[in-house]
Design a binder for this molecule. Structure first.
Ligand code: ADP
Ligand code: MG
Length: 240
């Protein structure tokens, strides 16, 4: 933590809200399907465009394909159908898009999150001139933390996101965390995962404790579980 604090002190004050957020497509998933070896259909027909500089959270029931989606975006594993395009990237000789990509896997212990988020970001200043699209994929990074620490890391993450202009794809089970952080929340249905809602969280950045206790925050937190609840209802109906 001390290392992260030290690093965060070096970051200039957060700029005003990201005016360009969501305007310029960075990743485009079209009709993406994934059948795992052994036949498990994890994703079906996922269409999602993420704009440069967006903070997009993904919510959905366990097993709906959130981790699978992140892994496919990271180029880990082959998609079974559809396409994933990087409209702003050049592609190398092997057909891989050229971009800076950071991935915090679900199973990482929280301490390594620091090594995997803060260190690359610290180094990112050096490669800024390269102007490659930068994307950070975070798979339930703070799930195991106590609430106070999670709040604190949420604020840290927002600060580095705004200062560094990364694009973030963030998987969480917490509606409250998703609302606090995101400019957009994607809700996925139970397996096979499909996108069933795309909710804009229109509150301005920077966000802080004033936002967490605001009427607007509460209203977003009230609306979001409705979309999530419908996916859970479908799940329990299928199970009976
Ligand atoms: P989530 O992250 O939303 O909980 P996952 O993406 O981990 O869901 O998994 C989606 C579905 O795909 C689940 O049914 C899971 O069991 C299955 N699955 C995930 N990874 C593999 C794999 N490597 N091989 C076979 N099935 C898998
Ligand atoms: Mg997962």
């Amino acid at each position: 933590m001390a290392i992260a604090d030290h690093f965060l002190e070096q970051i200039p004050a957060a700029p005003v809200a990201l005016k360009s957020a969501g305007r310029c497509p960075l990743i485009k998933l079209s009709g993406v399907g994934k059948t795992h070896r052994g036949g498990a259909l994890a994703l079906a027909d996922v269409d999602l465009t993420v704009g440069e500089g967006e903070f997009v959270s993904i919510l959905g029931p366990s097993g709906c394909g959130k981790s699978t989606s992140l892994r496919l975006v990271a180029g880990l594993g082959r998609i079974s159908s559809g396409t994933i395009d990087w409209p702003q990237s050049r592609y190398d000789a092997s057909g891989e898009p050229i971009r800076d990509l950071g991935f915090v896997f679900q199973e990482m212990p929280w301490a390594t999150v620091f090594a995997n988020i803060y260190l690359p970001l610290k180094l990112a200043g050096v490669s800024r001139a390269a102007a490659k699209p930068r994307i950070l994929l975070l798979d339930e990074p703070f799930a195991a933390l106590d609430e106070i620490t999670r709040f604190r890391l949420n604020n840290d993450l927002l600060r580095v996101w705004q200062a560094q202009r990364w694009t973030v794809l963030f998987v969480t089970h917490s509606v409250f965390e998703a609302v606090y952080l995101s400019n957009r929340i994607i809700v996925m249905s139970a397996r096979p995962g499909r996108i069933v809602a795309d909710l804009p969280i229109t509150a301005p950045y920077p966000r802080g404790e004033a936002f967490r206790t605001s009427t607007a925050y509460n209203e977003f937190c009230r609306i979001t579980p409705g979309a999530l609840g419908r996916t859970m209802t479908n799940l329990s109906e299928e199970e009976h």
